[in-house]
Design a protein around this ligand. Sequence first.
Ligand SMILES: [Zn+2]
Length: 340
Amino acid sequence: MKLANESKTTDIQMIRNRRQFLLQATAIGASPLLANAQLDDKKKAQIVITYDLEMSRHYPKRGMTEWDYQKGNLDDATKEYSLESAKRISDLGGKIHYFCVGRVLEQSDISWLTDINELGHPIGNHTYDHVNVTAKTAAQTQFRFQRSPWLVQGKTAFEIILENIRLAEIALQERAGIKCNGFRTPGGFYKGLQDSPEIRKLLMALGYEWISGKYPPHQSERGDDGVKESVYENIVAAQKNAQPFRYDNDLLEIPMSPISDVTAFRSKFWQLDEFKHAIKRSVMWAIETGGVFDFLCHPSCMVIEDPKFETILMMADLVKQHSDRAELVTLDKVADRYKS
Ligand SMILES: [Zn+2]
């Protein structure tokens, strides 16, 4: 009893001392100390792993482009990889942020997706058919509607886009009981949705407070002797152009951080070690600056290029090694920080 009282007294004394210290600090004009203490916690780097649930052209084999018309027709390997990734990151205490093409919900078996949801990983909207939300004509919205134009006959591009966003929400909700967490544009845009005010307005009206649509330009060349140091440096330098910002209608943009899996592996034939090296340096940039790194990848590509989950496990490990300065979070947690 005596010991407990003693420690209680000490606690009270410590609180008094601390209050006295803070009062003194304020009195001598050092109040920013408090603000800084709060800011430090806020400035932890935020590292995010995101998976776009869709098929990718040229996977699992070069020349396979039929997926352009059937983005949601996920093969078994892609589904297994998506779920296994969720389990592995869950085991490490983290979460992956998924974005799902609505047509996935037409498949007979969606248990892998409901399992991911039940593990607590957020799933956002990636439209129903993977439409280009900046399209100006019906034909530009999606390959599927070029081959089968009767599906969208008489509709404007805007009407198709609106319906495609809504259909994905409805499919996820009705078939799987999943409420969309955020929106990612199919395809990334150098300026995000800067030049599409009507789509930004639409997304806000549909209740999206944040989106992920910008993918900044960067170098990605690979020569016969591999990826040059200057390319890695360029990718790290591009990270400052991949930081969250608000459009003038208050919609928050959380850009995709280069380099994406499809840019590296599909377009430029990178090797896994090169990809991991670029991602590691970019994550370290975020940790050193207190920035955001929003890793963009596709399980349909990664299951072929990185079958042992090396990249995401490396990212989780980097966050663990620097847990005083970094956290592995989902995009809605990044958005929370920007709520004024
Ligand atoms: Zn996509």
